[in-house]
Design a protein around this ligand. Structure first.
Ligand SMILES: [Zn+2]
Length: 414
């Protein structure tokens, strides 16, 4: 009798709470570094937001239950160095259209948020916003180039043109697009001075934004000097493992000035690119305890078809160097989100937007290349699902689909 009563009570409880969620992802291992979660949890979504994270949430509590046994569930990945706009002109590396549309290189790779790194300047940002940002499923932020024409051309007409650094015009575009513009970018500066970096910092001070620096040429100015005297806490040095950056001391360990810079709050971002990542620097830095703050791709046609490939592949390289999985996830979620002033992203707190990556981690023997050679790793992150604001946008193994005979596909007839 008691047993019947209690099961009736249980049934009533379940009925009352039935389908209170839109989706529940069950039996996954949640890694949410910001909130110190690294354990098995069920995650429920309602109205595009994280509604519950519990040891167990019944399948009946949601309209759709997805079993992700054996997989990891993390915040949607955040890539703060991509190029997703070319504008109408040729760009810095030649005459081709080397930027890529954001969605095909984000959604199938667990990436829900990107920041374009200076592809546009104040002259063409409105076009970038209209054509790309406002039409993408991926959340697209932007570092705006200190040069008005953005990365239009790496010549005297554009990226080397300090006469096209108009802080009034730049500040006006920033003020009009505060919801999108998260920083100021300077890149490829070839001259033997720090004019473009200083101008970017000036723009950053005026608009309360961080600066992202692609150092450019190492033969005519000192990286150490820029790090120590020009950059402010919160500013980001991208391409951190690019040769020949003088990151190592004579003892082969991370140079003391790099440790000082980190203590002061300078951020070091991977920005892999076509050839801006070398194991020759990354391995001794990581083995010396100097992990990157954020892992990013420097996504463009050349890097996506070279040894960079995509964000999980760059994460796999860092993993192969010995950085633990939950730290790699931190460097691909909450760290980059915080660097761009959006700490509410890259995490899974109750009430935060339901941007989620579901990842498989295969074990075996895997090779990862830079332009010189390879390292061998024992783990490989493979994206399985991407959820953006509560909607499943990518589902490698069709976990959310029914057998096709049970489906409701209707062909148009006329
Ligand atoms: Zn770049």
């Amino acid at each position: 009798m008691l047993r019947i009563l209690s099961s009736t009570l249980l049934f009533c409880t379940l009925s009352a709470s039935a389908q209170q969620y839109d989706i529940v992802l069950r039996n996954g291992h949640v890694i949410d570094p910001k909130n110190n979660v690294d354990t098995k949890r069920d995650v429920a979504i309602r109205d595009g937001k994280i509604a519950a994270i519990e040891p167990s949430i019944p399948a009946s509590a949601a309209k759709q239950a997805i079993d992700i046994s054996g997989l990891y569930l993390t915040p949607g990945l955040v890539d703060i160095h991509v190029h997703v706009f070319t504008g109408l002109r040729h760009n810095a590396w030649g005459n081709g259209d080397l930027s890529v549309p954001p969605d095909p290189m984000s959604i199938p790779y667990g990436v829900t948020t990107v920041a374009d790194a200076g592809s546009s300047g104040w002259r063409d940002f409105p076009e970038f916003r209209r054509r790309v940002i406002d039409n993408s499923k991926t959340r697209v932020f932007a570092f705006i180039n200190i040069i008005g024409a953005g990365m239009a051309a790496n010549d005297d007409a554009a990226e080397q043109n300090d006469h096209d650094m108009d802080l009034d015009a730049l500040s006006k575009v920033i003020a009009d697009n505060r919801d999108i513009i998260v920083g100021v970018k300077t890149a490829h500066w070839q001259q033997p001075n720090f004019i473009s970096v200083q101008k970017a910092v000036e723009a950053g001070n005026r608009n309360h934004l961080p600066v992202m620096v692609d150092f450019g040429w190492f033969d005519n100015k000192s990286y150490k000097e820029m790090i120590e005297t020009v950059l402010r806490p919160g500013d980001i040095s991208t391409h951190v493992f690019r040769m020949p950056a003088p990151l190592l001391g004579p003892d082969g360990k991370p140079a003391p000035y790099m440790l000082d810079a980190r203590r002061r709050g300078i951020k070091f971002d991977v920005g892999h690119g076509g050839g801006s990542f070398t194991f020759a620097l990354a391995e001794p830095m990581v083995k010396g305890g100097f992990f990157p703050d954020s892992i990013s791709t420097d996504l463009h046609v050349g890097s996506a078809t070279g040894v960079m490939l995509n964000l999980p592949n760059v994460m796999n390289k860092i993993l192969a160097l010995g950085v633990p999985l939950n730290e790699v996830i931190r460097e691909s979620t909450t760290n980059p989100a915080t660097e761009i002033g959006h700490p509410e992203l890259g995490q899974l707190a109750i009430g935060s937007v339901a941007d989620i990556a579901v990842l498989r981690v295969d074990t075996g023997t895997f090779g990862y290349a830079d332009l010189a050679g390879k390292v061998t790793g024992t783990q490989r992150i493979v994206p399985e699902m991407t959820i953006r604001a509560g909607r499943v946008l990518f589902d490698l193994n069709a976990r959310t689909a029914v057998p096709w005979r049970e489906g409701h596909l209707k062909y148009a007839t006329r």
